[in-house]
Design a protein around this ligand. Structure first.
Ligand code: SAH
Ligand code: SF4
Length: 350
């Protein structure tokens, strides 16, 4: 089950703490040594056994013959006029994915990728124009957060506060690795970030929303709704044909019930497509039996795609209408547009 490299070594970064402990016991080493090594690998991000100075030299060389360390390298960096930073990450097999550091007054957010490309081809999204090349592994997802966290601490002198799985790819189609990455990110041997500060955004894979609920996850879930009638939603999100609004709604109710967590409904507001009061009424019909809040997202125009952002007036009218009906509504302004770092603009152009 663990990857071997050309030298027939195992990637130590694919082991959970429990797995590493069992492995150490099998090779006749003490369990607590596994825990020390795990700390070096995750807490200190050390990628050389010789730097593990509380491990006996003989064990270091034994481990060096058994294991290698996978690496994710920052391959490009662009800084926006609004201080948003877009990073290109080169994965160990040369594929590139992107992550973004988004500073605001109240929080510093890391937006990270779960797949290289995306298979779901939403009509408005730059990533959707790329093919899905592969899933990103748990340790590669972790690395994106680790690098962004370091940059935040070094450059901005502020801690990273939030993580959103809103970069490239559909997280729930890479379920196992996403869950495992969150285990590493939240564990005290890892980055010890609270799951309450993590949000996974999905285009709406009904079966996997049920699974999240059954797994009683502690992080937040956001659904990319964008249209609250099936015909319109299928027009912009092909996934809606097999995961329609009725089945989505019942999966979200199940999630509410099982986890007792509020869901975020994301709604990109497009000019002349879903920005009228009738659209708001449909949104209310969908949202009214859910424990949810609504994030209205400004559309970021994507070159070559036929969608446009709506006016500020229309956005405000839409927001006010929902608020009058008792919903909690936030408008999410676009960030990092000048460097194509905004939501839905990640497409490895840099
Ligand atoms: N695949 C997941 C997560 C990645 S996309 C999902 O679809 O939810 C993260 C968010 O960015 C989604 O809400 C998506 O609809 C939104 N998005 C995509 N393209 C966008 C664009 N051009 N402008 C604004 N938001 C966009
Ligand atoms: Fe994929 Fe999400 Fe973009 Fe749709 S919006 S193509 S699901 S990344």
């Amino acid at each position: 089950m663990f990857n071997l490299n050309l030298m027939n070594k195992l990637n130590i970064r694919t082991f959970t703490k429990d797995e590493l402990e069992s492995f150490f016991i099998n090779i006749k080493e003490k369990k607590f040594r596994a825990s020390q090594v795990f700390n070096w690998v995750w807490k200190n991000n050390v990628d050389d056994f010789d730097k593990m100075n509380n491990i006996p030299v003989s064990l270091r060389s034994k481990l060096d013959n058994l294991f290698y360390f996978s690496k994710t390298i920052i391959s490009s960096k662009q800084i926006s006029t609004d201080q948003t930073i877009k990073l290109g990450f080169k994965l160990s097999d040369g594929f590139i994915c992107e992550g973004v550091l988004i500073p605001s007054k109240k929080r510093i957010t890391a937006c990270i990728s779960s797949q290289v490309g995306c298979s779901l081809s939403c009509a408005f999204c730059a990533t959707g124009k790329l093919k899905r090349l592969r899933n990103i592994s748990a340790e590669e997802i972790y690395d994106q957060v680790y690098h962004i966290k370091k940059i935040s601490e070094k450059k901005l002198k502020k801690p990273l506060t939030n993580i959103v799985y809103m970069g490239m790819g559909e997280p729930l189609l890479n379920y196992k690795n996403v869950i495992r990455s969150i285990q590493f990110i939240t564990s005290k041997e890892g980055l010890a970030i609270s799951p309450k500060r993590i949000t996974v955004s999905t285009s709406g894979i009904v079966k996997m929303i049920h699974k999240l609920a059954d797994d009683s996850v502690k992080f937040n879930l956001a659904l990319s709704l964008h249209a609250a009638n099936n015909e319109k939603r299928s027009q912009i999100m092909p996934i809606n044909s097999s995961n329609n609004l009725e089945s989505l709604k019942s999966s979200l109710q199940y999630f509410n019930k099982k986890t007792n967590r509020i869901i975020t409904l994301e709604y990109i507001i497009f000019k002349d497509f879903n920005d009228s009061i009738d659209d708001a009424k449909e949104l209310i019909v969908f949202a009214k039996d859910l424990k949810c809040k609504i994030n209205i997202i400004e559309y970021n125009n994507v070159e070559g795609l036929d969608y446009n952002k709506t006016s500020v007036e229309k956005t405000n009218q839409f927001k006010l209408y929902l608020e009058k009906k008792g919903f909690i509504v936030n408008v999410r302004k676009s960030r990092g547009e000048d460097i194509d770092a905004a939501c839905g603009q990640l497409a490895n152009k840099a």
